[in-house]
Design a protein. Structure first.
Length: 472
């Protein structure tokens, strides 16, 4: 009978199972065959997901599953081969043009020849790099992009977008922004994420006046808020271990686009996103606040402070976007934040010894007021010269405490307007320039502000966020 014999790390077939003969019949496995394969590395370079899945199914105990896996693997390998042929066609097309150009160069002065040869070789190399990247895409995209790229009108643009010169890639971004289609969007995404900051910035400028597409919006959104949201998400870091001269060294590979490269240009990206005036950005903000609320573990989880302008470019970006788009889901999230006991912040003086206070809670209150269309300055909160995007409140801790209780009292009256699904009966729509009436800022000490004596659970029930508890 047939069987599968294995050695460590190697799969070997033995027995009498028939293979592909001269007639081209597909290989089959007997019903009693057993297959043992070494662990499959999901990160193996160049192995499409459909091949990995077929290989996994070949270890199944059910014979029909294994037999079907063999057929699927053959089909996947056939498609892969066809795509390799298409890529080769692209490269042969380029090389044919290269050969013709080189033949003509025999008539050119020797002083010009070296530069032209180098330029032609760079063209060939750039198209090859593009083809390698396209081959890593899912199958439907691979076919579509390869057919698009082989067209004579597109090859020069591809070569420019994949040129080793940053200046050439920056020029490509300007040209691509005038075109349309998923293939163009994909090339623009590569340039928006380019390691060369000049290229990335030029690409941002190029797409600013272009109708945004989901692919472009995804990249700009990540540039704006990705660094801040990394506090709530598992970071994409892969670790490798190498041994050098007897020392074991762990190397953490982190996506460079998730770190400083994206943070430093967040202000510019926010300018573009605000200029789009897109409902898609409002939806993204709502989803972001829901995600942040769901990810908070309790009253001692202070990761929410990343929304404060004091905590870097990510906080500044979120603050500006909330002010421009006024997302509904920001309101219950910020009310939850204001109900927490926080101990950060400090008192200081500005101008002519005017006493002011700053804290993450004050930043959250200002964001809340802008989200519901109110001017924070009407409630003693404002920005001062030389303090950047930070919000300060006139006075000190008593004024901050009174302001928070004032807002929590307002929430008791208006929470249904934000926890009722938008569009449902009874749901309130917040106009762009105004919001539900807030009581005027109190001038009394914090202890004198009267809070209705109701159980916190009965008055603060934010949909999608944990219960907000009003501090006594």
């Amino acid at each position: 009978g047939a069987g599968i014999a294995t050695e460590p790390g190697v799969a070997r077939v033995s027995g009498d199972s028939p293979g592909r003969g001269a007639g081209g019949a597909a290989a089959t496995l007997p019903a009693h065959a057993t297959i043992v394969l070494p662990p499959i590395d999901p990160h193996a370079a160049g192995v499409p997901p459909e091949m990995l899945e077929a290989l996994r199914q070949m270890t199944a105990e059910d014979f029909s599953t294994r037999e079907n896996a063999v057929k699927q693997l053959e089909e996947a390998m056939t498609r892969q081969f066809q795509q390799m042929v298409e890529v080769q066609d692209v490269l042969l097309h380029v090389q044919e043009g290269l050969a013709n150009q080189l033949a003509q160069m025999t008539q050119t002065p020797a002083s010009d020849e070296g530069g032209r040869v180098a330029g032609l070789m760079e063209f060939n190399s750039a198209v090859s790099r593009w083809a390698v990247d396209v081959m890593a895409l899912p199958e439907p995209q691979r076919e579509e992009y390869l057919h698009w790229g082989i067209e004579e009108a597109h090859l020069p643009l591809i070569a420019q977008a994949y040129n080793r010169s940053g200046a050439a890639r920056a020029k490509a971004a300007k040209v691509l922004a005038k075109e349309s289609g998923p293939e163009v969007d994909w090339l623009l995404v590569q340039l928006l994420n380019d390691d060369d900051r000049e290229v990335s910035l030029t690409a941002m400028d190029a797409v600013a006046d272009r109708k945004p597409t989901p692919a472009i919006m995804d990249v700009l959104w990540d540039h704006a808020v990705g660094p801040a949201l990394s506090q709530f998400r598992q970071r994409a870091v892969r670790q490798r271990t190498v041994t050098i001269r007897g020392r074991t060294i762990v190397i953490a590979d982190q996506d460079p686009n998730q770190t400083s490269n994206r943070q430093q240009d967040a202000d510019l990206v926010v300018d573009i996103l605000i200029g789009y005036k897109s409902g898609d950005i409002t939806a993204r903000l709502n989803a972001m606040f829901k995600e942040m609320a769901a990810g908070m573990s309790g009253g001692n989880d202070y990761r929410w402070r990343v929304i404060s302008p004091n905590y870097g470019s990510g906080g500044k970006a979120i603050s500006r976007l909330v002010e421009a788009y006024k997302p509904r889901e920001a309101v219950p999230f910020l009310m939850k934040v204001l109900a927490m006991e926080t101990n950060d912040g400090s008192d200081t003086t500005v101008n002519n010894n005017e006493k002011v206070r700053y804290s993450s809670g004050i930043d959250a209150a200002a964001m809340l007021l802008t989200a519901i269309g109110k001017d924070p300055d009407d409630y003693g909160i404002k920005k001062y010269a030389n303090w950047g995007d930070r919000w300060l409140i006139k006075g000190g801790q008593p004024e901050e405490a009174a302001m928070k209780k004032n807002l929590l009292a307002w929430w008791r009256e208006h929470q249904k307007e934000f926890t009722t699904p938008a569009g449902a009966a009874g749901a309130a729509t917040i106009p762009a320039t105004t919001g539900p009436a807030l009581p005027p800022p109190t001038t009394q000490p914090a202890a004198a502000l009267v809070i209705p004596e109701k159980p916190a659970a009965a008055v603060i029930q934010a949909v999608g966020v944990p219960e907000v508890v009003v501090p006594e």
